[in-house]
Design a protein around this ligand. Structure first.
Ligand SMILES: C[S@@+](CC[C@H](N)C(=O)[O-])C[C@H]1O[C@@H](n2cnc3c(N)ncnc32)[C@H](O)[C@@H]1O
Length: 322
């Protein structure tokens, strides 16, 4: 997955305003912050090179994950138009760019973030888009722990709830769910900690009567073991700027994430979901799936013709018909 070309050029233009050595230094600082698990705690990012490093090295990954999760949402609730989006902890607007690519019907977007600099950058990037929703989006400097949240069809918290601090999360979730007209989508890093938060939020949403659409095929207790975590991966193509900043040879990276899509009304659900990278060998394939009976390890052999055809094509994160 790649960023839309207008967004890529807008980021490159911002990067031209910063000395390459400062940008490279900031990208190293950003990577170090990510290793702490709470990159945006405290005053980070607190200078322009760090913010531009976020645009160049993180926004492509969060955009790719959002596109993939929005795509899954669309598949599972295909008949609901999404005309309004509320993005909580929007940063530079990754969800807005992903939403306009997925929801042609989108008419209105409201974006909240406490960081005025990221909002300024988000607006500058959006001004380069050729879409009216991008250009007319309502960006507001707000702390989501204390803001009133107006009703919108789709509410998104993308890599933001883990940043608000554990005391703040329940209140934000409650107001976000009250503001949700159709569905809420929450995405966190695909780490033990990121999944831990998603698992807690999942339980609360189920108590409130939410209809889980994905990734879970059921709303019973999550069968994931205490030392394990449910996560998925999205392949992100690196731009030359990204490769330079990551000192990376590879033309891509795999962004790991955990997520949940919860709707106000029932939607479709996959009967089971592939929750690990499938292992394919010459005469058999091994799949780990989560279904109504919990987590199962399946071996599909070449002789099981129909199943074998499916197992050869299936990807991590896809639905699996049992
Ligand atoms: C990791 S960034 C994610 C940005 C964007 N959602 C994305 O997916 O690219 C986390 C964002 O949450 C914002 N944030 C953290 N705590 C917040 C709060 N209490 N109120 C509003 N925004 C907050 C940060 O300023 C930052 O922009």
């Amino acid at each position: 997955m790649q960023l839309p070309s207008r967004l890529r050029s807008a980021i490159e233009l911002e990067a031209e305003g910063v000395k390459p050595s400062e940008l490279a230094h900031a990208a190293t600082e950003l990577s170090a912050r990510y290793r702490t698990g709470h990159p945006f705690a405290g005053n980070f990012p607190d200078n322009e090179p760090q913010r531009i490093a976020y645009l160049a090295t993180r926004m492509p990954a969060t955009y790719a994950v959002l596109r993939s999760v929005f795509g899954e949402f669309r598949r599972l609730l295909p008949d609901n138009d999404i005309e309004s989006l509320l993005d909580l902890g929007c940063g530079p607007g990754s969800a807005l760019w992903a939403a306009i690519e997925t929801f042609d019907e989108l008419k209105k977007a409201t974006l909240y973030d406490r960081d005025p600099h990221l909002i300024r950058l988000g607006k500058t990037l959006a001004a380069n888009g050729d879409n009216l929703v991008l250009q007319n989006a309502d960006w507001q400097i707000r702390d989501i722990r204390s803001s009133l949240l107006p009703p919108h069809q789709l509410v998104v918290c993308s890599y933001s709830l883990g940043e608000v601090g554990s005391k703040g999360v329940p209140g934000v979730l409650q107001r976000a769910w009250e503001a949700t007209e159709t569905a809420i989508i929450i995405i966190e890093p695909g780490t033990k900690r990121g999944f831990g938060l998603i698992r807690e939020l999942r339980e609360t949403l189920i108590e409130w009567g939410a209809n889980l659409l994905a990734p879970c095929p059921h709303d019973r207790a999550c069968p994931m073991g205490a030392d394990d975590w449910c996560h998925f991966a999205e392949r992100v193509e690196r731009t030359s700027l990204h490769r330079y900043l990551k000192l990376g040879e590879r033309g891509h990276e795999d962004e790991k994430y955990s997520y949940i899509i919860a709707a106000k009304q029932p939607g479709q659900r996959v009967p089971a979901r592939v929750i690990r990278h499938p292992r394919r060998h010459s005469g058999f394939a091994q799949l780990t799936i989560c279904g109504s009976d919990g987590i199962e390890h399946l071996t599909v052999r070449r002789s099981q013709k129909e199943l074998w055809r499916k197992a050869r094509k299936i990807d991590w994160g896809d639905g699996w018909e049992i």
